[in-house]
Design a protein around this ligand. Structure first.
Ligand code: CDP
Length: 486
């Protein structure tokens, strides 16, 4: 829109830092769009300072600036241009209630800008979350060939979200305006502790401080309808008038960090991509298959008969199973203080692990441990039953799969790399199939695609492509503001 500030600068830096396409050229468009102001609003006085904007954009790493005139964007001129209507479901809520036509103006101009610039990626601040959602819907509905990437809200050190309109505030108003982020932060903190808060008293507190509250609501973050408390996280959104200046702000409310569940059959490449994805996002990586393998290894070492329940229970009572992350992001598996990282990958363990994993005592013990590890979230876990049983509330569930041929080929490469004897391809396929059948047919938590899981067929995809696809799925489910900072 123009009137660039520090927040825009950070957004430009964020865009420049993304390895989304090579060579990545960041173009900053500056266009105060008259279509998104209604007659009573501040279009005429909206901050414009192209010279300063250019300086800031350049200093932040922009490769080009594009500041078109109205007629450059709309050939028909102000009185005769096509107008798009934003979907009512998203555009009538929150800001839409008091700004009729606003989002129609937004989508009309964004569609034109996308057509004119043809970007690979479009970076938008999540500060205007409703606008972000509507543009996301626009891109999806019209199948525009552009990827939308949200950029977290940037705040100044007092907590006030950067906005071009902040410059309208005098110092007394600025002080008053700070009450909004403060109160939102308080609610977010209460939620993180599992406590509640009351929007009515929040509103009255803001009014007492001299602010006019246009809305302050807890809504479903994607539908923008009043929250039904079923969502995994919610959006607390507000708009206020501070003097003459309208300010908006929000917080996503969640009582833990996000969880990603990656399930799939044997040899579908889960470990490799999960590790890389976890590293990229700064999430903890949990390979639950390694836990079942470690227990199988211990059973074999102690020559326990798996039909001897008493012996199994005794073993489980004293078991000390640890997954340690090395600084390189590798996972070390220790059982009763013995490092079994590579021995659990042996064909001997592989051959028995599915049988062991079907035992209820083993599953109950390991599932409880997995839930404990993931209780605060911030984790990506892979296995067979993560989305369906261990973390049924995971924000993203992926069912990663590949054809049996592809999986057997990958397994052969893995075995060779680990120094094990590689069976011929048809025996490998048979072994994989047997294990899949055992995993899928067992009574407790069998291997299934959870009903809300996204299926990802990885034949012919390289590791980076799979990681990129999962990141894209994650982006659709979790606002960038809730992503852990790597
Ligand atoms: O060989 P691959 O890497 O595909 O399998 P894994 O992830 O190491 O898992 C080994 C075995 O552990 C699986 O075949 C399952 O029998 C079992 N498992 C399970 O039952 N539940 C999980 N959440 C993870 C693994």
């Amino acid at each position: 829109m123009g009137g660039l500030h520090y927040g825009h600068g950070e957004l430009i830096k964020f865009a420049k830092g993304q390895k989304v396409s090579a060579p990545s050229t960041v173009l900053v468009s500056i266009f105060v769009n008259p279509l998104q102001f209604n007659p009573t609003e501040d279009f005429k006085n909206y901050p414009r300072n192209l010279e300063e904007d250019c300086k800031l954009a350049k200093a932040s790493g922009a490769d080009a600036i594009w500041a078109p005139s109205f007629n450059d964007v709309f050939n028909g001129g102000i009185d005769s241009h096509f107008q798009l209507l934003a979907p009512a479901q998203l555009s009538k809520e929150l800001c839409g209630a008091s700004r009729p036509g606003h989002f129609d103006g937004v989508v009309t101009v964004i569609l034109r800008l996308i057509h004119l610039v043809k970007p690979n990626c479009l970076f938008l601040g999540e500060k205007d979350w409703q606008q972000y959602l509507i543009i996301r819907q626009l891109i999806k509905d019209l199948q525009l060939p552009v990827e939308l990437i949200g950029v977290p809200t940037i705040r100044d050190k007092d907590g006030l979200a950067y906005s071009s309109r902040n410059q309208y505030l005098n110092s007394a108003e600025k002080k008053k305006a700070l009450e909004l982020p403060k109160i939102l932060e308080k609610a977010a903190f209460a939620t993180s502790l599992g406590q509640g808060f009351d929007t009515a008293s929040m509103k009255s507190e803001l009014r007492k401080k001299g602010l006019i509250v246009e809305y302050l609501e807890v809504v479903d973050p994607f539908l923008l309808k009043p929250s039904r408390k079923k969502e995994k996280f919610t959006l607390l959104a507000a708009a206020i008038l501070c003097g003459e200046t309208r300010l908006i702000d929000h917080r996503f409310l969640m009582n833990r960090k996000p969880i990603v569940a990656i399930d799939g059959p044997a040899g579908s490449g889960k470990s490799t991509v999960t590790k890389k994805f976890a590293e990229k996002l700064g999430l903890l990586y949990l390979d639950t298959g390694a836990m079942y393998r470690a227990v199988t290894w211990l059973i074999q070492k102690n020559r326990i008969d798996i039909k001897d329940r008493e012996a199994l229970i005794k073993m489980l009572e004293s078991i000390d199973l640890k997954l340690q992350q090395t600084p390189k992001g590798e996972q070390k598996v220790l059982i009763n203080n013995e490092d079994v990282t590579s021995s659990i990958r042996s064909p001997k363990v592989t051959q028995q692990v599915s049988e062991v994993a079907a035992l209820s005592d083993i599953r109950n013990t390991l599932t409880a441990q997995q839930r404990l590890i993931g209780k605060d979230g911030g984790i990506v876990a892979e296995g067979r039953d993560i989305g369906s049983s261990v973390f049924p509330n995971a924000e993203l569930k992926v069912f990663l799969t590949a054809s049996i041929n592809e999986r057997a080929n990958r397994r052969a490469i893995d075995l060779k790399r680990q120094g094990f004897k590689v069976p011929d391809l048809s025996s490998l396929k048979r072994q994989i199939k047997e294990r899949d059948d055992l995993d899928a047919s067992r009574e407790i938590s069998p291997l299934v695609q959870a009903k809300d899981a996204e299926i990802l067929m990885t034949d012919g995809m390289c590791i980076e492509e799979v990681v990129e696809s999962i990141s894209r799925m994650f982006r659709l489910k979790v606002p960038e503001e809730l992503w852990p900072t790597p």
